[in-house]
Design a protein around this ligand. Structure first.
Ligand code: ZN
Ligand code: ZN
Length: 339
């Protein structure tokens, strides 16, 4: 039996580098040799034992790239051995009401590769061929780990009411916050303000040309100053934190929109009096649709600055260090494993 190295989550705060069987393919699947795999905020949730679905033992990782090295396909497919690929990790049932009405990304029983089945924190991973997304030959495989998170922010921007020339505030300057800011600018926002607690993350956002505020230091007044005294047209909440949920209704303009991008771990307080009096709208956005993968590939081909969102690369042997660094947030952005 062939084996491989994998980082296996064995339960709350337990990561073990193990020799495990290499996946064997069923019909319709392909085997990918993983080159890079990014740590996502949801992986931290799993690691801490806070994810509602993930069950140990599990190989996490849903933001990965690599090369197809084996296929088991009985149907016509454009996927071939040697292809450089990433995956769209969503697993939808195909027959619930959202699935049947064009919203498979919010399937009632939505799952993900790397959360509900084994993912990419390993030397090899198998996936259904239909989830494979081919990469342009000029897109480096490390950078392409950002296709999935950029698809998240593409979805957030495309579902929102953003129009060319709008002013925007992004609450949270982590990987998703910063990518939201980059995507909003790409879509035509005239002013993008990033509110973030960590000094190093603020510094990075500043270096990419964004207006930056310390969210711990009452940014309200400054947001109004930067938006002509009115508040911003759209607030993207990308921190998933109770404090930013309350801040959002205060810095958005009257009749403005709040977009919930951040994943809240529990119900959070929101000022519905402000929503009512100021005629605000609030929308939620979750993961992405196939079109968002196309937008993400286009953005990664166009925008050099996105590469700055990747802060570290570690071999699988240093997975624990990667998770610790990502948890401390202050000195990291997107961290990749290179199996
Ligand atoms: Zn992710
Ligand atoms: Zn479904």
């Amino acid at each position: 039996m062939k084996t491989m190295q994998a980082v296996v989550w064995q339960g709350k705060e337990q990561l073990v580098l193990q020799e495990v069987p290499r996946p064997t393919l069923n019909s319709g699947e392909v085997l990918i040799k993983v080159h890079y795999a990014g740590i996502c905020g949801s992986d931290l949730g799993i690691y801490l034992g806070k994810h509602p679905r993930a069950k140990a033992p599990l190989i996490m990782g849903h933001e990965f790239t690599g090369e197809v090295i084996e296929t088991c396909l009985e149907f016509e497919s454009t996927i071939q051995v040697g292809d450089r690929v990433t995956v769209n990790p969503l697993i939808s049932c195909g027959h619930c009401q959202p699935c049947l009405t064009g919203n498979a990304h919010v399937c009632r029983s939505l799952g993900l590769v790397g959360i509900d089945i084994d993912g990419g924190f390993a030397e090899y991973v198998k996936v259904e061929a239909t989830k494979v997304v081919k990469l342009p030959s000029n897109l480096p495989l490390d950078l392409a780990c950002l296709v999935e998170p950029v698809a998240v922010t593409s979805h957030a921007i495309r579902k929102s009411a953003l129009k060319a020339g709008d002013t925007v505030a992004v609450l949270g300057g982590g990987p998703i916050g910063l990518l939201t800011a980059i995507t909003a600018r790409y879509a035509g926002a005239s002013e993008v303000i990033v509110c973030e607690i960590s000094e190093s993350r603020r510094e990075l956002a500043r270096s990419l040309g964004f207006k930056v505020l310390d969210s711990a230091n009452n940014p309200e007044e400054e947001v109004f100053k930067l938006s002509g005294g009115n508040g911003v047209d759209i607030v993207y909440e990308a921190a998933g934190a109770p404090a930013t949920a309350l801040l959002a209704t205060r810095i958005v303009k009257i009749t403005g929109q709040i977009v919930v991008v951040g994943v809240f771990k529990e119900p959070s307080k929101i000022d519905l009096q402000a929503v009512n009096f100021r005629e605000l709208s609030i929308i939620g956005v979750r993961v992405y649709e196939p079109r968002d993968y196309e937008v993400a590939l286009h953005m990664l081909g166009q925008l050099k600055e996105i590469e700055h969102v990747i802060s570290h690369q570690f071999p699988l042997e240093r997975a624990q260090e990667g998770f610790d660094l990502m948890l401390s947030t202050a000195n990291s952005m997107k961290i990749l494993f290179a199996p």
